[in-house]
Design a protein around this ligand. Structure first.
Ligand SMILES: Nc1nc2c(c(=O)[nH]1)N[C@H]1C(S)=C(S)[C@@H](COP(=O)(O)O)O[C@H]1N2
Ligand SMILES: [Mo]
Length: 389
């Protein structure tokens, strides 16, 4: 119990500091815990406590601490493959090359002079999962539509594939029929023509009203609303327009799923790139106030409206949870709350499952493992265990 008290005090202090955002506006909608509310301990976390200390390369979000729909920039989870390229914002240019009428070199001032848009969008790393589920966040982004930039360049008729290269690069081994060769590669991801020219993807230069930090891809990153983290290329330095499909490592090899699908009564196993987020929910925290217990959780999804989210205690019936109206923007992560009435002392298992309006329901671990062989895109129902005092 004493560790919980300490944590609560830390939370209170943190909440006070985080209460004012970039323009003096509150970013945290509500404190993680109300007065008199205490955390109920999960029993499925590592003995001796959870170590979420950031490293220079990675920062994880402690989901028990979430205290508002918008994650502050300095708490946003962050990860990447080749470290952080330092880019001088004064001399930075975004190049647009390949199958365009007018190749471009745009400064940040050029980009900021174009019509801007805002997007509330939360995403998770496609490797996110497990009880800690620490690789997701939600933010308010400002930037310019990819299509606005492409229209200025004039996309040619033969253009089919739009490759977004980051300024970051590293040595990679590429193996052809057992024969390796080593090449210097930039982080890269591509979009197909219809998507690139639609008004969905954007190039963001601000998060929560302030210029992107180096962690978030300063000065410019790609965002694909509703997609996993990997396609959201940070430190974008070039958009290269081509006819051939782009099959770079992070597009076609490193980030891919092997899934089985019944086609005309026969199982077809398909390897596909990591794109749209698979519908999932996870329980982030259980709290107690007096004799009342509450369950708080998060939904990640591709923007398809949510039909329902339910919670099950032990082997009991699935009961409806309530969606939080502060997270109603299409591509925001979604919060849900559940009043757990009559919780009895002892250890209990609680599970959540979400269904969207397409009728897709978050699968059980068993059902998912029968049709998915790769570990990425972990969206199975995740039972959590708690000890009620
Ligand atoms: N240029 C570049 N962009 C990148 C990556 C990278 O290694 N290099 N990693 C991707 C992955 S795997 C994820 S999960 C997200 C993480 O974004 P964040 O650090 O803003 O949370 O960035 C993506 N964009
Ligand atoms: Mo990722």
């Amino acid at each position: 119990m004493s560790t919980q008290t300490t944590r609560r005090e830390v939370l209170k202090g943190g909440a006070a500091i985080a209460a004012l955002g970039a323009f003096g506006l509150p970013e945290w909608g509500f404190p993680a815990l109300a007065q008199g509310e205490t955390l109920v301990a999960f029993t499925d976390l590592p003995e001796g406590g959870v170590n979420l200390q950031p490293t220079p390369d990675r920062r994880r979000l402690d989901i028990r601490d979430i205290d508002g729909p918008i994650t502050p920039a300095d708490k946003w989870f962050t990860t990447q493959h080749y470290g952080h390229p330092e880019i001088d914002r004064a001399t930075y240019r975004l190049r647009v090359s390949g199958l365009v009428d007018t190749p471009l070199e745009l400064s940040l001032a050029d980009l900021r002079a174009m019509p801007s848009r805002e997007l509330v969008f939360g995403f998770e790393c496609s490797g996110n999962g497990g009880p800690q589920n620490s690789l997701s966040s939600n933010g308010r982004w400002t930037g310019v539509s990819v299509s606005t930039v492409l229209e200025r360049a004039g996309v040619q008729a033969s253009a089919r594939e739009f490759v977004f290269f980051g300024a970051d690069h590293g040595e990679e081994e590429v193996v052809f029929r057992g024969r390796p060769s080593t090449v210097e590669q930039h982080y890269g991801r591509s979009l197909h023509r219809d998507l690139a020219l639609s008004n969905a993807p954007m190039l963001a230069y601000e998060l929560n009203g302030a210029p992107l930090s180096v962690h978030q891809g300063r000065p410019l990153r790609l965002l694909n609303p509703g997609w996993y983290g990997a396609p959201n290329v940070k430190w974008v330095s070039e958009i290269h327009v081509q006819e051939d499909q782009y099959l770079g490592k992070f597009q076609a090899r490193h980030y891919r799923t092997l899934k089985g699908e019944m086609v005309n009564g026969e199982m077809k196993w398909k390897e596909t790139a990591i794109t749209k987020m698979r519908l999932k929910s996870f329980i982030a925290r259980v709290t107690k106030m007096g004799n009342q217990h509450k369950v708080f959780g998060v939904i990640m999804h591709d923007g398809t409206p949510i039909r329902s989210v339910e919670v099950q205690v032990d082997d009991g019936p699935w009961q409806p949870a309530t969606l939080d109206p502060t997270t109603s923007e299409t591509y925001s992560w979604k919060f849900f709350n559940f009043d757990w009435n009559g919780a009895t002392p002892g250890e209990h298992t609680i599970t959540s499952r979400v269904t969207d309006t397409s009728g897709f329901m978050q699968p059980t671990a068993e059902a998912l493992s029968a049709v998915k062989k790769t570990f990425l895109e972990r969206n199975e129902q995740l039972p959590r265990t708690v000890m009620i005092a």
